[in-house]
Design a binder for this molecule. Sequence first.
Ligand code: FES
Length: 162
Amino acid sequence: MASNDCEGKCPDCPNGGTHENEGRRTILSWIAGGGALASVATFLYPVLKFINPPAVTEAAVNEASGGKVGDLKANSGKIIKFGNKPALLVKVAEGEFKAFSAVCTHLNCTVQYRDTTRQIWCACHNGTYDMSGRVVGGPPPAPLEEYTVNLRGDEVVITKKA
Ligand code: FES
């Protein structure tokens, strides 16, 4: 380490420099180090925000319109939006509707109604549910969530069960 009493030239300073030069180098290395640290932080901040995103509260949706009663023919189904998730509305017979969450309980694929088997089917891994939402085939570990279907005039209204 350089001493302060070398009067100008300092043999301990790098390249025979002076204490003044050593001071400049120290300041420059602090600035360069700060810049490097800022660069690393600029890179890491978005990466960390991507890995750990802020919690987004989903709007609680308890009701959705399934359209008009006459929109579906008997023994058919359609996917509708239930908040930010899909729901499956099935017209089992004239005047008889059923509705379920359309999110497969296996790996979250969207299920569909099959009129040929009168079952709910997940194309991803051949999961099958009956018209009560129970698993009757394939890998799904749990039944589909069933919704309540009511008619308001000629509108089909789907609500979450309490
Ligand atoms: S995601 Fe539906 S069966 Fe696998």
